[in-house]
Write a new protein. Structure first.
Length: 208
């Protein structure tokens, strides 16, 4: 197996996501015009914007930052999310952020960016990865949760990166992405417990 084939076998999902983000970035401002979160347009029936908003960005710097975030997910999870589980997590996280912003952040008119969904992906990645211990996964968890909760306080300046990314940081999307990740982990744990053989379930109960 060539190095290129081996790489694509391990990272094809991440590469595909990053390519879509890059293509949409090259198609600005047209791509944002039709894919950004726009409350008025969504209310008029353009519901795809709830999902597509994560894929378009404010600026080149904003795009590069989120590409780096996706590369970090790829580095942490590798082939462990390069599958249907990773597709499900990506779809769930982007949908949860978009729908959550529409229902909860009723003063938000427009939004773009993958950072909200990335908080969900980065929270889940170390738990499913075979490269990290459970203790290290919980360190990731605590860091992401602490960072996200801090962003909801008055001490965080959501305009601090305005000059770099070209807009305000929508911290509520980060919170929604984090919640999406927590719910995904809970559902994954429940599903795996239900699919365990009966003997394994009994041993697990005995240990408790």
């Amino acid at each position: 197996m060539s190095l290129t084939v081996a790489f694509l076998h391990r990272y094809s999902l991440y590469v595909s996501v990053m390519l879509v983000m890059l293509v949409l970035g090259l198609c600005q401002p047209w791509s944002s015009q039709y894919f950004q979160f726009d409350r008025v347009a969504i209310a008029s029936g353009e519901v795809w914007r709830l999902f597509s908003a994560s894929w378009v960005h404010l600026s080149t710097n904003h795009l590069l930052g989120n590409l780096a975030g996706m590369a970090l997910v790829a580095y942490i999870a590798g082939s462990y999310l390069n599958n249907r589980l990773g597709i499900a997590l990506l779809f769930w996280s982007t949908a949860f952020v978009g729908i959550g912003l529409y229902l909860w952040a009723d003063n938000l008119q427009r939004y773009v960016g993958m950072s909200g969904a990335l908080h969900g992906l980065l929270l889940v990645a170390p738990f499913v990865s075979g490269f990290y211990s459970r203790r290290m996964a919980w360190v990731f968890f605590v860091v992401i949760v602490t960072k996200t909760l801090w962003e909801q306080t008055p001490w965080y300046d959501d305009m601090a990166l305005f000059g770099y990314i070209g807009g305000r940081v929508e911290t509520r999307s980060h919170l929604l992405g984090m919640i999406a990740g927590v719910l995904f982990l809970m559902a994954l744990k429940y599903f795996r417990q239900q699919t365990l053989p009966a003997d394994s379930k009994k041993e697990s109960a005995d240990e408790q």
